[in-house]
Unconditional design. Structure first.
Length: 455
């Protein structure tokens, strides 16, 4: 090895000495090839100031990493819109995993649910919690023979054993969807009962009819503190207000359904009125009806002579005297009414006729029944005290019914004499008939005591 190195050194020295001073100009093609060789060497060498293979590698790695991130992010599946689902789904397998042997069990389908595509997750019903209990498949080893050249090799593969027990999907269904489980209590939209009326005036009697037939007992709450266990109760609401009536249907001790409805009770107005003047003279006076009603907006008057009015406080003038019954009907904004009637409204007329219950005849002789208002003569003649009398007839009888005196003149009374003789002291009967100036007739009867001071 040492000898070979010496020989190489001798050859180099020989060429150096022999070619020293000799110049050679390379051709253009040689210079181009040389420069390519230099640039290639620089490209595969790490020179920080020049682009080389190291920089190219870094760029390639960055591009590859960016492409990978974008590809992974774009491959993510977009969750499908939420759709109604069936209440429960069961997949069974008899012998194998073939599509023909798969059966889907539907317990309670939701109407108009769109089909679910293969491989897509089962959509959930919006707003309804769904929990699924799944059983993991148990792997079962099954020997399968596969050709391998001229020999057969047993290869163990894993087969999925599908549990034939249906998966359970517990789902809370909205009100109105059928369910196989019996709820503890159900508030239904369909009325469980009807009422003979739902609003009216005080006092309001209401008959209720239960429309539910699935219960074996009933519990009514009428909203005013009252209860009933009858199926079709009747109830009287005697105070105004709104009452929430509730019916609960029981099966055993369990409430199976509940329903409520509102009954509205309106107040009644109060009709009150007076007549002015209090002692009116019919037909002379114009009558004013003073209205003291409360809780009313409309009024209907009947004056008893065929006339009427709808004013709040009307006036009326009667054409002749009579026994008139005046009626007022007061109505509220809800149509509730009250009425008041004054029978023989003008019985307290200022027209009158009255008689004393005793008198003392003049002992000096009969006077013919004439009298004055002087205190000395007022008690000497039996005569009326009157006002507004148009016609008059007075008769006096003894206790045996014999007529002793008669007069059609208001200015002539009985002086106590009969056929020019003073009557015995005692009790006598009087009866008077007549009419007042307004046409009102009158009839009165009574007794009077004759006192004889001479005895």
């Amino acid at each position: 090895m040492v000898k070979k190195k010496k020989e190489d050194k001798i050859l180099r020295d020989l060429f150096r000495n022999g070619l020293e001073g000799v110049g050679v100009d390379p051709s253009p093609s040689f210079h181009s090839a040389l420069m390519k060789s230099v640039r290639r060497g620089e490209f595969f060498s790490f020179i920080p100031s020049k682009f080389n293979v190291w920089y190219a590698g870094l760029i390639a790695v960055a591009v590859a990493a960016t492409t990978l991130v974008l590809t992974v992010g774009g491959d993510k599946e977009v969750a499908p819109p939420e759709q109604p689902v069936m209440e429960s789904v069961a997949v069974t397998s008899a012998d194998s995993l073939s599509v023909d042997s798969m059966a889907v069990g539907v317990a309670a389908p939701v109407a108009d649910a769109p089909p679910v595509g293969e491989g897509e997750p089962m959509p959930k019903l919006a707003g309804v919690p769904v929990t699924t209990e799944e059983k993991s498949p148990e792997p079962v080893s099954s020997p399968v023979t596969a050709p391998k050249g001229d020999e057969e090799a047993e290869v163990g593969i894993s087969e999925q054993k599908v549990d034939t027990t249906p998966s359970v999907v517990a789902q809370t269904l909205p009100i109105g969807l059928a369910t196989t489980e019996k709820p503890s209590i159900r508030s239904v939209a369909e009325p469980l009962f009807t009422a003979s009326t739902y609003k009216g005036c005080l006092p309001l009697g209401v008959s209720f009819t239960a429309a539910a037939a699935e219960g074996d007992s009933y519990r009514w709450s009428f909203g005013d503190g009252g209860y009933s266990s009858d199926k079709d109760p009747e109830w009287l609401f005697d105070e105004e207000g709104e009452y929430e009536v509730t019916l609960k249907v029981f099966r055993g001790n369990e409430v199976t359904a509940s329903f409520s409805s509102t009954i509205t009770v309106y107040p009644r107005p109060v009709a009150r009125f007076e007549i002015m003047p209090e002692e009116a003279i019919i037909p002379d006076d114009v009558i004013t009806f003073l209205n003291y009603s409360t809780g009313a907006l409309a009024y209907n008057w009947s004056f008893g002579d065929g006339g009427g009015s709808q004013l709040f406080e009307p006036t009326h003038k009667y054409s002749r005297y009579g026994n008139y019954d005046v009626t007022l009907v007061a109505l509220s904004e809800f149509g509730c009414g009250d009425s008041l009637t004054l029978y023989n409204a003008f019985s307290k007329s200022s027209y009158s006729i009255e008689f004393p219950n005793a008198f003392i005849p003049n002992q000096s002789g009969e006077s013919g029944g004439y009298y004055t208002d002087s205190p000395a003569e007022i008690d000497r003649v039996f005569h009326p005290v009157y006002n507004g009398v148009a016609s008059y007839q007075l008769r006096i009888y003894n206790r045996q019914g014999m007529l002793l005196f008669e007069s059609n003149d208001l200015s002539i009374g009985w002086d106590g004499y009969y056929r020019s003789h003073i009557c015995d002291p005692g009790v006598y009967i009087w009866k008077v008939r007549g009419t007042f100036i307004n046409g009102e007739p009158f009839t009165r009867m009574g007794d009077v005591t004759l006192i004889n001071i001479s005895e």
